[in-house]
Design a protein around this ligand. Sequence first.
Ligand code: NAD
Length: 416
Amino acid sequence: MAVSTEMSTFEEVNQFFDQAAERLGLEDGVRRLLRRPWRELQVAVPVRMDDGSIEVFNGYRVQHNGVRGPYKGGVRYHPDADLEEIRALASLMTWKNALVDIPFGGAKGGVQCAPGTMSEAELNALTRRYTVNIEHFIAVNRDIPAPDLGTNSQTMAWMMDAYGQIHGYTPGIVTGKPVELGGSVGRDSATGRGTVYVMREVARDLGMSLTGGRVVIQGFGQVGSWTARIAAEVGCKITAVSDVNGGVYNEDGIDLGRLMAHREDAGTVVGLSGTDMLTNEEILELDCDMLVPAAIDRVIHSANAPRVKARVVVEAANHPLTPEADRILNDRGITVVPDILVNAGGVVVSYFEWTQNLYQHQWGMGRVNEELLQIMTSAYRNVRETVEREGVTYREAAFMIGVGRVAHVSELRGFI
Ligand code: NAD
């Protein structure tokens, strides 16, 4: 479970920003400009629940920085999705989009709710009301939402429909839509695929072999389940996975075909025959080659970081490590590959989807995966070169590149 600390998630992410700003020698005024979100919108989202009662949820859309292009970032449905968390995630999108060099600024949205306890009709109503309440804030060339934790392609279809009722048919208003509605092939697997592309590069640079490499994945949703499947395709042995209910472990490797079938029936990975059960705390402390947190933020913190036994931590989730945990793992010689690099595949294919919508055109899977590979590999190589040249960690290097690009464009546009 995530740990509560004195600092908010946004303050934590800004520690990473400050490290990069310091190394880049950015002046104080520029740091103040880049740290804070440009615009924030809070909305009330009333929903008539199935039992006849009225619930009023908190909804947010934060536009962190738009200097490099339209704001871009997902929409999260989760009980912890408060303004500080959404700000943190929006800022991560700014640095991520700059790092992989796609023409977007950073944004994030969310509704503080527990989607797992809500019916489809309630979620549909919530999504429509949220969209109508932020509709004046977003546009195809201004701010383009996408799925994140607790939302999926169905949520995007509802958002597109609600927006279209006001503005007419506008598929480019969201990405991560079903392919039948103008979504891109390969978007559902993109974050997991990008994660595995990065894992391959890291393994090569650290002299590790992915064939037979033991991989542990916390979270088996959109990101975790695709990471597992694609990692298995390139030869990894998936020894443990978990979802919100707990985890399963088999030191010889989990049969993913059986796991998917079991989850289809049981609604959870827990209970798969031929595996041992473990908790979401225990899974993070397993001996393995690569540990992939792919669920929620701040799961590795000062209390459990000393017990992490992985050789490499691959951040598929956003902000899964607190800054203190990051320091502890670095001191212990564990390589941490940061979220803004690892999980960028999702927004990269969202960018492809948006471009396809602008052209009313559809790419094939071969082109999507080939261009994704090029962008992810080139971003990774840039980070690795910075690690070697500057003697910094992967995270410091990634933030230096992202923050440096945003600062440079701010100057070109005459902001500073
Ligand atoms: P999802 O809702 O599809 O899946 C989340 C998974 O995490 C589920 O298996 C859920 O059961 C599990 N989970 C939830 N709470 C948990 C807890 N307390 N402990 C352990 N497991 C828990 O979400 P997703 O889209 O896969 O997103 C996962 C992470 O990846 C998030 O941090 C998100 O911001 C990040 N991310 C997602 C994308 C994307 O394309 N979907 C892109 C970039 C980053």
